[in-house]
Design a protein around this ligand. Sequence first.
Ligand code: FAD
Length: 486
Amino acid sequence: GKSAVIIGSGIAGLATAIRLANKGYQVKVLEANSYPGGKLGKMSCKGYRFDTGPSLFTLPQLVDELFILSGRNPQSHFEYSRLAVNCHYFWEDGTRIKAYSDPGRFAREVHDKLGEPEDNILTALRNSAFIYKRLSPLFMHRSLHQWQTWTNAHALKSYFQIGKLGIFDTMNGANKKRFGHPKLVQLFNRYATYNGSDPYQTPATLNIIPHLEYNMGAYFPKKGMHDITLSLFELAKSLGVSFNFGVKVDRVIVNNRKATGVMAGLNSYEADIIVNNMDMVNAYKTILKDQKQPTTLLKQPKSSSALIFYWGISKKFAELDLHNIFFSNDYEEEFRYIFHEGSVYSDPTIYVNITSVYKEDDAPPGCMNWFTMINVPNNTGQDWDLLIKEARKAIIAKINRILETDIEQFIETEDLLEPRTIESKTSSAMGALYGNSSNSRLAAFLRHANYSFHIKNLYFCGGSVHPGGGIPLCLLSAKIVSEMAG
Ligand code: FAD
């Protein structure tokens, strides 16, 4: 049979390993860290457990698919449930909105709280579904670099409906036309952050994202987000995939424009195909530094990064759910800081993810595990120590105002993740969460393809290449790679 070496065990690396093993490949995964999963990690401290990276889980069927493909029953290996409330939104003026996952109920809630006509919300979600139906087969499930993608019947239909796909407006522009209440515009603008983009620049096409939450659903894995990593790691091993941890690949070996293996220290690993799961920008700087560089792609602006405080909180707040948002008073200014100033705004939007609401043993009795995050610019050498100190103060003050509490006295344990450590732990260029930003209309075309144009037998998967960042898209990159590898 054929053999494959995969560089990196991020979610896309794991999924590629499973898919190639199912095709009869002998697969070896080389991972620099001592653990699998990359950004999809976990951490424990004094009775609190935290998922360190992704917290929002959509399209779980893409995980199920990997079990089904391997002849296993997904339910007996990886359990999850659909959320009844996608997110709990808080504003400083006391407004609170529960984003029910049922569109009708959500529309009623928004009408009750903001006076917005229910139809505006339902129409927006229908539009979101329309964009998804038209564009996901083109941009998510296939390579953009093969002519068949652009010449099938589905593509032709989309060309005729281009006006309805939001390509010519920004997300904020479209939302302002659609909704009367500025708070609702803000709520829908937030979906740009799901792939680290700026709602004031990104095309309205990204209004595809609410469809995932309201029409298709947001989910929570019964054992926490990290179980996505663990269950796929176990599945891969059961299929005979071998993992070498603590192995940092230094170089892809290329002979006559063909990848034949990799070097890590003094060891070489040979294989028929090489799949790179490490961030593409850093890959060209390190393991592919002697190869032809895709200069235009390497220069594309990166998505935003994040600052996260993992707080063990020795108190329960009944008003908090799994996903909570404390909105900035000036959203536009917040994004101006992130994407134009390269700095952190003094009144940031705060996201608090609390898995102990759904999974009690993630915190001691009477306590909660707060994953407290703000969006920040990617790392261009800012004085992060100072920015983090100021942001921590601003976050605590804002939470205190909105929840009428004094949160600092309840912080029992604290840990931190920030742009510099995101990069050092997962090799993500500039600490970007999602690879390239989607701020430009052409962003989809300016991601690296899932294969090399110049080197045979070399493939790419993960959040920095096509179709983009986030768990679902990473899983789709693995599918595209395994289909290409044949
Ligand atoms: P990565 O997770 O980037 O892993 C790459 C792996 O390659 C790492 O393990 C690294 O050690 C290894 N590696 C790198 N270089 C080498 C080398 N030279 N040799 C060997 N191994 C190497 N997505 C969502 O869907 N929902 C969310 O709510 C969400 N929130 C997020 C919050 C945070 C804080 C972060 C950081 C990300 C979030 N994301 C979210 C994005 C999501 O985590 C990523 O898109 C996804 O996990 C990236 O997976 P990947 O396969 O590209 O690999």
